[in-house]
Design a protein around this ligand. Structure first.
Ligand SMILES: Nc1ncnc2c1ncn2[C@@H]1O[C@H](COP(=O)(O)OP(=O)(O)OP(=O)(O)O)[C@@H](O)[C@H]1O
Ligand SMILES: [Mg+2]
Length: 379
């Protein structure tokens, strides 16, 4: 099993970093510094070395240094599934005409079509404070969270999800027209159903495998186990029925609900509405009813199980980005987290405002001080 490791990371005009770089030696990288120093920004920069919109779901323009000209770049020397390579991504300064910018991705300085290609080298998984409200929040957040888990396994998943959203938008727009063309609508629905089944199938398989992994790990982990299930009929139907049958059924539903959907202004059935149900297994209660600390521990357990699954399925141990996770744990759980991470064999980037949280990090840990967009090794 190959771990994904960053040996050197360089940031140029990325949020509050003008030009910064970090060289790491080992598997445990700790960033400490005061609020607003740039710790989360650094993890966010790393998260752009994966497909998708990064860990804050920011736009490409938003992450550019607001003191700069609009361009930004992140590059990393990584040791991954294909040996040593240099991954780079970023945008050039947006043109004055206001046309939309696109993300450039390079591997060993050669342009590649999209960030999905980074998946051949490196996989990653993250946990941030923004995910704390996951179990209380909207279904859309849990769906996005789960799609992110799927994406770490299948690098093409986000492009299929985007294609499904585009297809649904085309249908909704067409239904707004009073005398739309039936054949045209049927053609869009055929595409929608095809994409819906593709998206739902990968989700359903991932949910089944992750459930099994969670059960397998339940005994040996210091973190509580979750029971997960997808609340979406297409995902569930695909587990026992042929894809063509499910696709036909969904296409028929779309056809029959044109008037209803036109009145609503949106499509009222489909995998774009799927929710992820999570149960706090030790107490057999919905995760949303668990305490704040229980929910946090549950999320950590979920992320560790997912990282193990990514390793098992892709052969690449994912990089872990843990933003402000350690400070919330009691000393026993903290120790358990460090032990479980070591067992996983992943490179982990952790942040915290308080250096005291990392005293038992062990000899493997490298501590860096972050201060006003500068990163320096603690000597
Ligand atoms: N596009 C941008 N250009 C320049 N600076 C930015 C940009 N976006 C955010 N910042 C600044 O980056 C700073 C650091 O943010 P970051 O979230 O990384 O801090 P942090 O070290 O994680 O702090 P905390 O401990 O509070 O989580 C903030 O003060 C923010 O104002
Ligand atoms: Mg932060």
């Amino acid at each position: 099993m190959t771990p994904s490791r960053i040996h050197r990371l360089s940031l140029t005009h990325f949020r509050n970093y003008r030009a910064a770089s970090v060289s790491t030696r080992g598997d445990v990288v700790v960033l400490v510094g005061p609020n607003g120093a740039g710790k989360t920004n650094c993890l966010e920069a790393i998260s752009f070395l994966a497909p998708g919109r990064g860990l804050r779901r920011a736009t490409l323009e938003d992450v550019a240094d607001n003191q700069g000209e609009g361009s930004w770049a992140v590059s990393a020397e990584v040791e991954g599934a294909l040996g040593l390579s240099t991954l780079g991504t970023g945008i050039e300064a947006p043109a004055q005409g206001g046309e939309s910018v696109s993300r450039r991705c390079r591997i060993d300085r050669e342009p590649v079509g999209s960030a999905a290609a980074f998946g051949d080298h490196l996989r990653m998984v993250w946990l941030t404070p923004a995910m704390d409200g996951l179990f209380m929040g909207a279904a859309s957040e849990r769906r996005r969270f789960f799609d992110r888990l799927v994406l770490a396994i299948d690098s093409e998943h986000s492009s299929r999800v985007s294609a499904l959203e585009r297809s649904l938008r085309s249908r909704n727009r067409l239904l707004e027209v009073r005398n739309y063309d039936d054949h045209w609508c049927g053609a869009i629905e055929r595409e929608t159903a095809e994409l819906a089944v593709a998206v739902a199938a990968t989700r359903g398989q991932t949910a089944a495998r992750l459930s099994a992994m969670l059960r397998e790990r339940a005994q040996g982990s210091a973190f509580p186990s979750a029971e997960i299930a997808l609340d979406g009929w297409i995902e569930n139907a695909l587990l026992s029925e042929p894809a063509t049958a499910v696709e036909d059924r969904y296409r028929e539903i779309l056809r029959l609900s044109r008037a209803r959907d036109a009145a609503a202004g949106r499509t009222l059935d489909g995998p774009h509405l799927t929710d992820l149900q999570v149960v706090y297994a030790p107490k057999n209660m919905p995760a949303r009813d668990a305490s704040t600390g229980e929910q946090k521990a549950l999320l950590i357990g979920l992320v560790l199980a997912h990282a193990t699954l990514v390793a098992e399925m892709t052969g690449i141990v994912p990089l872990l980005l843990l933003d402000e996770v350690v400070a919330h744990l009691d000393p026993n759980r903290r120790k358990a987290l460090f032990d479980e991470l070591a067992k996983l064999g992943a490179q982990v980037w952790m942040t915290g405002a308080d250096p005291a949280a990392f005293v038992d990090i062990g000899a493997n840990g490298e501590i860096f001080d972050v201060e006003a967009g500068r990163i320096s090794r603690r000597g």
